[in-house]
Design a protein around this ligand. Structure first.
Ligand SMILES: Nc1nc(=O)c2c([nH]1)NC[C@@H]1CN(c3ccc(C(=O)N[C@@H](CCC(=O)O)C(=O)O)cc3)CN21
Ligand SMILES: CC(C)C(=O)C(=O)O
Ligand SMILES: [Mg+2]
Length: 272
């Protein structure tokens, strides 16, 4: 390593496993661009997810389905350039892995090669088993995602809490076991009963990261813009606003507009 750069210990999938073993909770947050990723990394977040929620948050789409593999790679490469410490996980977008395991492997290799991300994430359980094994055999770490899986929204029709019925809960536990057996390093559980999430975290040995899954899991994930209070129209009960940046931003910009109109800006110090 260069003598000019201070060495920062990078987070690895193995460290996340150790964090579960010593019961240290894992913090995970999304980022989609260089400037925000720099702040998220500096704040000490362990895992940065380049989520396909970029489709909603960055592009303004209704669902995560429209975002493309090229667009995910663009977001991920921007994030990777900013990050010194966090593990960068990249969502494989809808339509670039469900076809077959070759398609899943090809998409994963493109993500790793073109963005420099450290791992990929896929939605689904037993049905993605072959793909997970294939991607892992190429040396690419895979994170799973069960419960509310937004890429399947049209199959379910609503964003209501998942696996409330015993049958669906048993299926989810089985899916988590399958993902662990085929080698996933971690699993995201989205919007399921806290009791069920606790059972999953106790059943499998890999770290379970929750969003709307209660406190008895190995870590938490949120969408950055939700936590910061930028996407204020989105307010599911699992979300906590740690800031209200929407008003901070519009008030700052409003002041700028005012100052331009009144020629208060620029002043003598702000010109040549
Ligand atoms: N801004 C943002 N934050 C997210 O957490 C997020 C996205 N976008 N896009 C992709 C998925 C979709 N996610 C979602 C979407 C909706 C709810 C939800 O609870 N919606 C309603 C309730 C709907 C219902 O009960 O039928 C709500 O209360 O806001 C939760 C997670 C999580 N992801
Ligand atoms: C909400 C998280 C888990 C996600 O998949 C995303 O941001 O796309
Ligand atoms: Mg996602």
């Amino acid at each position: 390593m260069s003598v000019h750069k201070k060495a920062i210990k990078k987070i690895t999938t193995h460290q996340l496993q150790e964090m579960k073993s010593r019961k240290e909770k894992i913090s995970m947050l999304t980022a989609y661009d260089f400037s925000m990723a720099k702040l998220v990394d500096a704040a000490g977040v362990d895992v940065i997810l380049v989520g396909d929620s970029a489709s909603n948050v960055m592009a303004g789409h209704e669902t995560t389905l429209p975002i493309t593999l090229d667009q995910m790679i663009y977001h991920a490469s921007s994030v990777v350039r900013a990050v010194q410490r966090a593990l960068v996980v990249v969502d494989i977008p809808f339509g670039s892995y469900q076809g077959n395991s070759s398609e899943a492997l090809r998409s994963s290799i493109r993500i790793m090669k073109e963005s420099g991300g450290h791992a990929v994430k896929m939605e689904g359980g037993a049905e993605i088993k072959e793909s997970v094994i294939r991607i892992l055999s190429a040396g690419i770490p895979v994170m799973g995602h069960l419960g509310l899986t937004p890429q399947s929204i049209y199959k379910f029709g609503t964003y209501t809490v998942r696996a409330k019925e015993e049958e669906e809960a048993e299926k989810l536990i089985e899916d988590a076991k399958v993902l662990e057996e085929c080698g996933c390093f971690s699993i995201v559980l989205e919007k399921i009963p806290a009791k069920l999430a606790k059972r999953v975290a106790e059943t499998v040995n890999i770290p379970i990261i929750g969003i709307g899954a209660g406190p008895d899991v190995d870590g938490q994930v949120l969408v950055l813009h939700d936590l910061l209070g930028i996407t204020t129209e989105f307010k599911p009960r699992f979300l906590r606003h740690y800031a209200r940046l929407d008003s901070v931003i519009t008030e700052a910009i409003g002041k700028y507009v005012e100052d331009v109109k009144s020629v208060d800006f620029p002043n003598e110090d702000e010109m040549y």
